[in-house]
Design a protein around this ligand. Sequence first.
Ligand SMILES: [Zn+2]
Length: 385
Amino acid sequence: MPVLPGLVDTHVHINEPGRTEWEGFTTATRAAAAGGITTLVDMPLNSVPATTSVEGLRAKIAAARGQCWVDVGFWGGVVPGNTGELEPLLQGGVLGFKCFLSPSGVEEFPHVTEADLWEAMPELARLRAVLLVHAESPALLQPIAGNPFSYRNYLESRPRAAEQDAIALMIWGSRAFGTRIHIVHLSSADAIPLIREARREGLPLTVETCPHYLTFASEDIADGATEFKCAPPIRERENRERLWAALDEGVIDMVATDHSPCPTGMKAGDFGSAWGGIASLQLSLAIMWNHCMGRLSACPTLMSAAPAKLAGLQHRKGSIAPGLDADIVVWNPAGQPAELQHRHKLIPYRPQDFPGAVEATFLRGNKIYDRGHFASTPQGEILIP
Ligand SMILES: [Zn+2]
């Protein structure tokens, strides 16, 4: 059976405290352990308070303590007016920062304007902190025109140009201020030439995409199938193939889940009203393993080494090597998918389409998961640098 370094997922929304009924530390980190993820980094929004102040970070740490089955780190948030909080947040233990260029979906985490960015980015450069960006330009997003149950209409409301425009802005800012930028959940393959060019120029820019953009195609999504709703949206088949080519080329550095669950009832309704988010924490290794079959090195690079480096954890995480944490996954390509551990089970995937299962997960040398069974107590650490 293949033995892999424990996966590092740098894009996970655990909504505790405040929206724990959406997802909590216990359910999310057990899903991670069952999926071969030994380290995850929690996003600064969808919990209340948001992690945009030291007080918010303290609330996160207090909520997480004693509930983590894998190691957990935290991103802080950049929102309008909190530039003064960035240094204290970094000193308090966040691994970097995240911002939205368009509305985030929750009111306590407002998006930043260019003026906010030009204030925060020099400070982040001074602190040598990375800025993760939800890159869609609000000026190019529109309300859904016509039937809100039509996937086509939803897709057209969030065009590729919105991503391209936002990424161009971030490249401009990175060049101007020297800030390290990471584009989260790239969906539009049209932005790839821009990204390739910026990297050739030597700008500090990394990019992730998600399993759902690499798996599904808009042509196959039925009207009303809001379990597929996420933002930016899943695009056409031709776009998906170009994302794969960019992964092969190395222009896209990594794959993270953007695990963003909500109560099942919130996924009901039309593409305007349903919550945008896909929960795939436990399934990402199975999905990517099946896609990358025959390329043994792909999963560890895209899902361990590169995200560990993004989060500044490469001295402990991301590979099997002397001196690093012994975070190890034993993968059984012939295993039966295990029961899902995250809180709300509505997902667009059919697990039987992605055969294989985690046989065992080791965290710092201790076996924390063994074919459907967990260690008796949670052994995850909170990763405070
Ligand atoms: Zn997200």
